[in-house]
Design a protein around this ligand. Structure first.
Ligand SMILES: C[S@@+](CC[C@H](N)C(=O)[O-])C[C@H]1O[C@@H](n2cnc3c(N)ncnc32)[C@H](O)[C@@H]1O
Length: 234
């Protein structure tokens, strides 16, 4: 079992190492409403331009979410975490030196979350974590937050309804095809999603958040099986 877990994360890292250079050109063709979700999540963070929120971006990738957050909260200090060296390099090229951004290469499950943060955010990352491990992980995130702190996430979900689940997957395939991805690439994406990702039902995700201690858990934006959601610590 432990070997399986290690194997899956190694495979995920390997894919992102290879795809980092193309990520910014490709991802908006693969993920519906990517920019809109990023904007919704950043806007949900309850701070203003003059505030100095301390933020953690889990699985920051090439830094798109952090970039949006900084455009709205220019005095924010952000810790960008990613286990993929090439993704983090792209994020550094985009953000380093221009803003108050730190980078940490490693697994989000191993970061030392001691200290108080005002926002923990994650875009298209947490579906990699097994459902059975989420409660413990979310408790760790919860205790890293200040009283004003928030936890906001963008992710992909499952439906418990077979008809809706099929509809979601069909809509996702149509989206990728419309964006010019050849059929073999679309099928690869779906196969990889089934092999590597561990999505849960959105209702379960919100339940786990509340159980971890969050005072609220609310959906901000939803498009079929993609959603931006989250809540406040208190
Ligand atoms: C689909 S990309 C999303 C990147 C970025 N958040 C965005 O929305 O543009 C997923 C990223 O999460 C990172 N990742 C996945 N699992 C991780 C983990 N357990 N620890 C650290 N990074 C992880 C990958 O390396 C990759 O860069």
């Amino acid at each position: 079992m432990a070997n399986n877990i290690i194997g899956r994360f190694e495979r995920i890292k390997e894919h992102f190492e290879k795809e980092a250079a193309m990520f910014d050109k490709m991802f908006f063709k693969v993920m519906p409403r990517y920019e809109e979700m990023i904007e919704a999540l950043a806007e949900a963070i309850p701070f203003s331009k003059k505030d100095k929120p301390r933020v953690i971006d889990l699985g920051c990738g090439t830094g798109n979410l952090t970039q949006k957050i900084i455009s709205l909260y220019p005095k924010a200090s952000v810790t960008c975490i990613d286990m993929t060296e090439n993704m983090l390099k792209m994020a550094k090229a985009k953000l380093e030196g221009k803003h108050n951004v730190k980078f940490w290469l490693g697994d989000i499950r191993n970061f030392d979350y001691a200290g108080k943060y005002d926002a923990v955010v994650a875009s298209m990352v947490l579906h990699h974590i097994d459902k059975k491990d989420k409660l413990k992980f979310y408790r760790k995130l919860y205790s890293a937050l200040s009283k004003r702190g928030v936890f906001y996430v963008i992710d992909i979900f499952l439906s418990r309804d077979a008809h809706l689940q099929k509809l979601y997957m069909d809509k996702w395939k149509t989206f990728m095809k419309r964006n010019g991805l050849p059929m073999n690439k679309v099928n690869d994406m779906i196969a990889r999603h089934k092999r590597e990702d561990r999505p849960v039902a959105l209702a379960d995700e919100l339940f786990i958040m509340r159980k971890a201690g969050f005072a609220s858990a609310e959906v901000i934006l939803k498009h079929y099986n993609f959603a931006a959601y989250g809540g406040k610590a208190t």
